[in-house]
Design a protein around this ligand. Structure first.
Ligand code: FMN
Length: 185
């Protein structure tokens, strides 16, 4: 797979086929996660791979987190149910967890590395013909999810990456980058 082409052609995939994903493929994908620019080589990450019957638990937690956030709003239950179903349709969810440095500058730089690490995972999945979808939302700050993941007080989840075989690959648009580049010579 040509890297430049993959960088442009990769899309966030929302819908997956029911086909499972081998643990071995997930291991291969996660193998590239640490190989990103990382100031002080702080390695702020850890990952939880959620699959099998644990997906149902995570999907239920997502339902509750969305419901709690939208309590009293019209359509809250339907929205929460959709959120649950989304997680039930993915064969794997990878949770990326950042260890929070007490120093705010380091914490911000670590977040940059976390995001790159997630992107490595997403690109590695793409190279295996798998799609990913990066979810945040109410799950990220849910106490119940934190407890279920066994988070320590200095950890926070930054991404819930749904991974699976794409049912369809959406089309996206970007503005021409030349409009946003200012050369100084
Ligand atoms: C930090 C971050 C958080 C995101 N959280 C959500 C989310 O909670 N819900 C959602 O629908 N998409 C979320 N996305 C995915 C973006 O919506 C998606 O990448 C965007 O639509 C661009 O599509 P593309 O990746 O196919 O170019 C998130 C992406 C990032 C980088």
């Amino acid at each position: 797979m040509d890297l430049l082409e993959a960088l442009k052609n990769r899309r966030s995939v929302r819908r997956f086929t029911p086909e499972p994903v081998d643990d071995e493929v997930i291991r291969r994908i996660l193998d590239v996660a640490p190989w990103v620019p990382n100031h002080h080589v702080s390695e702020p990450w850890r990952f939880v791979v959620v699959t099998g019957s644990s997906l149902k638990r995570l999907a239920d937690l997502r339902y509750q987190a969305v419901l709690d956030k939208r309590r009293g709003q019209e359509g809250a239950a339907a929205r929460a149910e959709r959120a649950r179903q989304e997680f039930l349709e993915a064969p794997v969810v990878i949770v990326a967890i950042q260890k929070l440095d007490p120093n705010p500058v380091r914490r911000e730089e670590d977040y940059a590395s976390m995001a790159m690490s997630c992107y490595n995972i997403i690109l590695a999945a793409w190279s295996e013909h798998l799609g990913c979808y990066w979810n945040t939302g109410p799950l990220v700050s849910s106490e119940a999810v934190g407890e279920w993941l066994g988070l320590t007080p200095d950890e926070r989840p930054i991404a819930f990456l749904r991974v699976g075989h794409p049912e369809m690959i959406p089309v996206q648009r970007r503005s021409p980058i030349a409009e946003r580049i200012d050369w100084r010579r």
